[in-house]
Write a protein that binds this ligand. Structure first.
Ligand SMILES: Cc1cc2nc3c(=O)[nH]c(=O)nc-3n(C[C@H](O)[C@H](O)[C@H](O)COP(=O)(O)OP(=O)(O)OC[C@H]3O[C@@H](n4cnc5c(N)ncnc54)[C@H](O)[C@@H]3O)c2cc1C
Ligand code: SF4
Length: 480
C-alpha cells in the first residue's frame, strides 16, 4: 500500500500518543456504563499520523491473527474508516471486541518500533474506533462467497473461538451451525466480561455480523446432552466439528470456610451479574448481595472484573488479594489502572489461609498471610513464599475466588477416543486437530484459560485446517 502521510518520520515522532476519553472514576463507580469512550475521529487521525508505516511492520508479528496493521492505519489516514474496518475484518471477525479487550500492550503494541524509545502507536484504540464507526454508520458489507461446498460443519460453543471459526468457514462457502449451551451467544464475552468493559450491544452487533455471513446459531443446545458429537456426525450429517467449549468450570483454593454463605467463584458471581441481570435489580429478579466489604482473590482479568463489579454493586471496601507483586499480575495494565482509580485496594504479596464465618454460617472475615518472592517456578515467575508470623485478618462479608478455570468435562466424557491433556484440556496438534479424525478444537478448551485473541487465532487456524481436511488438500499445498 502506498504511503499517504506526507510527514517526515522525525515530525511523526514528535506527536504525543493520544489518550482516550473516559468516564470519571467518581461517576463510573455508580453505574455499569462503559468506562472508556475510546478515540473520536480527530484523535484517531492524529494517532494514525504517528505510525511510521514500517516496510517490515513488527506490530503485525505481535498480532496473533496477523492483522495488516499499517494497511488499516493507511486507510485511517485517508479517512476511509469503513475501508479500515474491512481491512481488519480480513483477519479478525470481532474487531469492536478486540479493540476493547485485547492486551495490546503485550502484543502488537509491545513490538511497535515506536515503543523502543517513545510510546507505541495506540493500535487497539484505532481498531476500536474504525469498528465502532462501521457499526454506527451501518457500513458492514457481507463479503461475497466465490464457491459453495456441500459439507456442513458443526461448531460447539459461541465464544470468540467458535464465532471466529464459524465466520471463517462461512466465508469459505461452508454451511455452519454453532451449538451453544446457554440461552445467548458470546461465551465469556457475555457472561464474564462486564458491561462497563464490553457493552452487550457491541457483542450483539458483532454476533449479528457473524449471522449475516450465513452462520446458524442454535442456543440452549448442550452438546454431550442434547446430542453427542457422534450423533452430530452420524445422525445430523455434519462432516467436521470444531470444539470451542472454553474453560468455564471454576477452581477453588481448597481452604477452610469455602462452604460459607458469601463465598463465590468469580465465574458464578459474574454470571449472576452479567447474564442474569443482577446489576439491573429490580428490573431483573435475581439480586446479588455483596455487603460493605468484599475480598477478591486473584490477579487476572477475571479478578479485576469481579472486584470492580463488587464496587459498582455498593461495596465500600473492594479489595483484591494477589500472592505475587504487581509486575506479575496477568491482568491488562489498563484495567489495573482503572481499578486503582476506582478505589480498589490492591493487597499485593498477600494470600488467604482461612475464611471465617458467623453463627448464621455467613462469611465474617478472611484470614491472610503476607508473602515474599522466592526463586522462579516452572512458569518462570518468582514463587510466592509465606512469611511466617505475618498473618492478618480482614473483616469482609463476601469472598470471591478468581484463581483460574478448567474445561467442563461433558464433551470429553461423551466422545470416545478424544484425548485429553493437562487439567482436562482437549489435546490438539499444531493444526488444531484432535485425536479423532474430523474433530478439531481450540480456545480455552485446548489451552486452559488464555485470551480472546488466542482463542480467535485457534478458530481461524482450525477453519483453514477443516477446509483442507474436507477438500483433501495435502500439507504444503496452498489453499485459495
Ligand atoms: C471474567 C473474564 C474476563 C476476561 N477478560 C479478558 C480480557 O480482557 N481480554 C482477553 O483477551 N481475555 C479475557 N478473558 C479470557 C477470555 O475471555 C477467554 O480466553 C476466551 O473467552 C476464550 O474463548 P473460547 O471461545 O475458547 O471460550 P468461551 O468464551 O468460554 O466460550 C465457550 C462457549 O462454549 C459454550 N459451551 C460450553 N460447553 C458447551 C456444550 N457442551 N455445548 C454447547 N456449548 C457449550 C459455553 O456456554 C460458552 O458460551 C477473560 C476471561 C474471564 C472469565
Ligand atoms: S510497528 Fe508501529 S510504527 Fe511500525 S507500522 Fe506497526 S504500528 Fe506503525
Amino acid at each position: 500500500m502506498t504511503r499517504v502521510n506526507p510527514m517526515k518520520p522525525s515530525e511523526r515522532m514528535k506527536i504525543q500518543r493520544q489518550e482516550p476519553l473516559e468516564q470519571s472514576p467518581e461517576g463510573r463507580i455508580e453505574n455499569f456504563l462503559e468506562v472508556s469512550y475510546g478515540f473520536d475521529a480527530d484523535r484517531t487521525i492524529v494517532e494514525a499520523q504517528r505510525c511510521l508505516e514500517c516496510p517490515k511492520p513488527l506490530c503485525v508479528d505481535g498480532c496473533p491473527v496477523e492483522i495488516d496493521i499499517p494497511g488499516f492505519i493507511t486507510l485511517v489516514l485517508q479517512k476511509d474508516f469503513a475501508g479500515a474496518a474491512r481491512k481488519i475484518r480480513e483477519a479478525n471477525a470481532l474487531p469492536a471486541i478486540c479493540g476493547r479487550v485485547c492486551p495490546q500492550e503485550t502484543q502488537c503494541e509491545e513490538l511497535c518500533v515506536l515503543g523502543k524509545k517513545l510510546t507505541p502507536v495506540a493500535i487497539g484504540k484505532l481498531e476500536r474506533f474504525v469498528a465502532d464507526f462501521e457499526m454506527e454508520h451501518n457500513l458492514f458489507e457481507v463479503p461475497s462467497v466465490s464457491e459453495h461446498h456441500a459439507e456442513r460443519v458443526g461448531v460447539v460453543g459461541s465464544g470468540p473461538a467458535g464465532l471466529t471459526c464459524a465466520a471463517e468457514l462461512a466465508r469459505m462457502g461452508y454451511g455452519v451451525t454453532v451449538f451453544e449451551a446457554l440461552h445467548d451467544v458470546g461465551g465469556v464475552l457475555r457472561y464474564g466480561i462486564p458491561e462497563f468493559r464490553l457493552p452487550k450491544k457491541i457483542l450483539d452487533l458483532e454476533a449479528e455480523r457473524v449471522r449475516a455471513l450465513g452462520v446458524e446459531i442454535r442456543t440452549n443446545f448442550v452438546v454431550g446432552r442434547t446430542a453427542t458429537i457422534d450423533e452430530l456426525f452420524d445422525e445430523w450429517g455434519y462432516s467436521a466439528i470444531f470444539l470451542a467449549t472454553g474453560a468455564g468450570s471454576p477452581m477453588f483454593m481448597g481452604i477452610p470456610g469455602e462452604q460459607l454463605m458469601g463465598v463465590y467463584s468469580a465465574n458464578e458471581f459474574l454470571t449472576r451479574v452479567n447474564l442474569m441481570g443482577a446489576w439491573r435489580f429490580p428490573d431483573f429478579d435475581t439480586p446479588i448481595r455483596v455487603g460493605r466489604r468484599v475480598a477478591v482473590i486473584g490477579g487476572g482479568n477475571t479478578a479485576m472484573d469481579a472486584v470492580r463489579t463488587a464496587r459498582r454493586l455498593g461495596a465500600e471496601r473492594a479489595m483484591l488479594l494477589y500472592r505475587r507483586s504487581r509486575e506479575e499480575m496477568p491482568a491488562r495494565i489498563e484495567e489495573i489502572h482503572h481499578a486503582e482509580q476506582e478505589g480498589i485496594e490492591l493487597m499485593l504479596l498477600s494470600a488467604p489461609t482461612r475464611i471465617l464465618g458467623n453463627d448464621q454460617g455467613h462469611v465474617r472475615a478472611l484470614e491472610c498471610i503476607r508473602m515474599e518472592l522466592g526463586d522462579p517456578d516452572d512458569s518462570g515467575r518468582r514463587r510466592p513464599v509465606p512469611m511466617e508470623g505475618s498473618e492478618f485478618v480482614l473483616e469482609v462479608e463476601t469472598v470471591i475466588e478468581a484463581i483460574g478455570q478448567l474445561p467442563n468435562p461433558i464433551i470429553q466424557s461423551t466422545t470416545p477416543g478424544l484425548a485429553t491433556g493437562h487439567r482436562g484440556t482437549v489435546k490438539t496438534d499444531e493444526k488444531q486437530a484432535t485425536s479423532r479424525p474430523g474433530i478439531f478444537a481450540g480456545g480455552d478448551l485446548a489451552r486452559g484459560g488464555a485470551t480472546v485473541i488466542l482463542a480467535m487465532r485457534d478458530g481461524r487456524k482450525a477453519a483453514a485446517e477443516i477446509h483442507r481436511y474436507l477438500r483433501g488438500i495435502p500439507p504444503g499445498v496452498e489453499t485459495t
